[in-house]
Design a protein around this ligand. Structure first.
Ligand SMILES: [Fe+2]
Ligand SMILES: [Fe+2]
Length: 168
């Protein structure tokens, strides 16, 4: 009756993280949209900018952690078992690299005084919008790769992958 079938804890957690990261990116770009549109109460207040910079930093760190769990555990396991996924996984890793480059750029931008962040809010917003698009497209491809592979791996083994990922 329209309920999502429970697949495995691993896939549920990965989907949850994808949605969570998507929401964080959505929220933070909304904040930078308000800052760059010059809504005075937002743009003038240094603490708003500092909070936005902190939120952005947390979002980027969570994203990098998620990527490293995938690259160091999940992608390795899946590629060992399903050599036919090699090209797809390579493409996923390349997308991580592009997003990491954007992350480094963003982290450099927010590592400064509030006035500088405010002055560059528009450029930051543009990169955040690109990031949102990359995250969306990447997540769709990744979910398809995971669905293919995890359908073919017993839940007990997936649990072991999950535990290994969570140790990182
Ligand atoms: Fe992911
Ligand atoms: Fe990923």
């Amino acid at each position: 009756m329209g309920q999502t079938k429970h697949q495995s804890d691993l896939i549920d957690i990965v989907h949850h993280e994808h949605d969570h990261l998507g929401r964080l990116l959505e929220d933070i770009s909304g904040t930078f949209e308000r800052i760059s549109s010059g809504e005075s109460e937002v743009a003038d207040e240094a603490d708003v900018l500092e909070t936005a910079a902190d939120d952005l930093e947390v979002t980027l760190e969570e994203m990098l952690h998620h990527f490293s769990q995938e690259e160091e555990v999940l992608f390795v396991k899946l590629e060992q078992r399903f050599p036919e996924l090699e090209d797809d996984i390579e493409e996923l890793v390349e997308a991580h690299e592009t997003m990491c480059d954007k992350t480094r750029w963003l982290m450099g931008k927010i590592d400064g005084p509030a006035e500088r962040i405010a002055a560059e809010a528009e450029t930051i917003l543009e990169v955040l919008e690109e990031m949102k698009q990359w995250h969306h497209d990447h997540t769709e491809k990744e979910n398809a790769v995971f669905a293919y592979a995890l359908e073919r791996i017993p839940e007990q083994e997936q649990q072991a992958f999950l535990e290994e990922m969570q140790r990182l």
